[in-house]
Ligand binder design. Structure first.
Ligand code: TXA
Ligand code: MG
Length: 323
């Protein structure tokens, strides 16, 4: 039985015992485990069905405890000061004395670290007093959870507990920035827009463009580019018309007419609102579309600036062919 908790101290006690506890964050819910405990970390991969070559993000209560495990340069310190707690993950070299289990970092000599902006989870992290490894709390390849109900839909019975924290405010995962080389590289667009990062540390390398064609190609290469966030119904991008046999993921004041079902990410055309409603919308359209016997989901284009870059990235992954 998976329990629903409201007390962050109780969640921390379970984590310290080696149990798996899902926790809220401003981006999506994470599947937490004591990152110092190799058996707990292994259980995360097991519960998610996640390939072992895909490393996990470690969550900390503050920048100081994060930088006790990894080597932070001036760029990392400036970004931490500007965006933590918040939806930015930094990939940095492990310290020789780093206590995080090697499996959490998939055996790499780097580690992804972040301080999440959620009061309940910050309290949990302070009580735990150790890094908490936390991938998104979904079965591998499925849509990330932005409510505790989404977590339970995928992981009930596989984890000890879920810490309740309401709906995730940002709704897309953190921006992942690799700072291990001379030039910073954005590995995944996310909750902090690229332009905001560049305002702090100057020009950063861009992620690979995930056009539909690239997404097809990426199926043959492992890791971050695999089909992800996938609903069961096929997803069609950049729709300029929609049929009654399709469900519509709309954006803006003029949704395409004629769809069999519709979820508007933001009638007012606001990208932050759209991001916060993206994963819930994909889940709802998938369920509603299947209930009504629709053949797929059509997504209207979203402007690729600010948070729109993360939205476009997640939609491209959701539309990628699967095997
Ligand atoms: O918002 C988020 O980031 C959420 C919440 C729970 O914090 N977490 C999340 O974790 O999205 P996950 O495991 O679903 O995605 C982590 C991403 C993956 O793309 C992984 O490949 C990358 O970060 N990553 C982790 N460690 C890395 C490392 N050492 N080097 C490069 N990429 C890394
Ligand atoms: Mg994930």
């Amino acid at each position: 039985m998976t329990r629903l908790l409201t007390d962050p101290a109780e969640a921390a006690a379970l984590l310290r015992d080696g149990a798996l506890v899902a926790f809220p964050s401003e981006t999506v819910y994470g599947l937490g485990a004591d990152a110092w405990n190799g058996r707990a970390v292994a259980a995360v991969f097991e519960a998610k069905g996640r390939p072992h070559f895909n490393p996990l993000i470690c969550h900390f209560a503050d920048a100081e405890s994060a930088f006790a495990e990894v080597v932070a340069d001036d760029r990392a310190r400036a970004l931490a000061a500007a965006f933590w707690p918040g939806p930015l993950t930094l990939v940095l070299p492990r310290r020789p004395a780093c206590r995080v289990d090697l499996l959490a970092g998939a055996g790499l000599d780097t580690l992804a670290v972040r301080v999440p902006a959620h009061p309940v989870t910050l309290a949990m992290l302070r009580h735990a007093a150790r890094p908490i490894a936390g991938p998104s709390a979904n079965r591998s390849g499925q849509v990330s959870p932005t409510t505790s109900a989404h977590v339970l839909a995928g992981l009930a019975g596989r984890i000890a507990a879920v810490l309740e924290g309401g709906d995730c405010a940002v709704g897309v995962e953190s921006t992942v920035l690799d700072l291990t080389g001379a030039g910073a590289v954005m590995l995944r667009p996310g909750g902090v827009p690229a332009a905001a990062i560049e305002a702090v540390i100057g020009r950063i390398g861009r992620p690979l463009k995930l056009a539909a064609a690239d997404a097809t190609r990426s199926l043959r290469s492992p890791g971050m580019l695999l089909s992800h966030y996938a609903p069961s119904l096929p997803l069609r991008l950049d729709a300029v018309a929609v049929e009654t046999s399709e469900a519509l993921l709309a954006f803006g004041p003029q949704p395409l007419p004629g769809a069999g079902a519709m979820w508007n990410l933001s009638p007012g055309g606001d990208l932050a609102e759209a991001a916060s409603r993206l994963f819930a919308g994909l889940r709802w359209l998938d369920a509603e579309g299947q209930r009504l016997g629709l053949r797929g989901i059509a997504a209207m284009p979203v402007p690729p600036e600010g948070l729109g870059e993360a939205i476009a990235d997640r939609l491209a992954r959701a539309a990628a062919p699967r095997d």
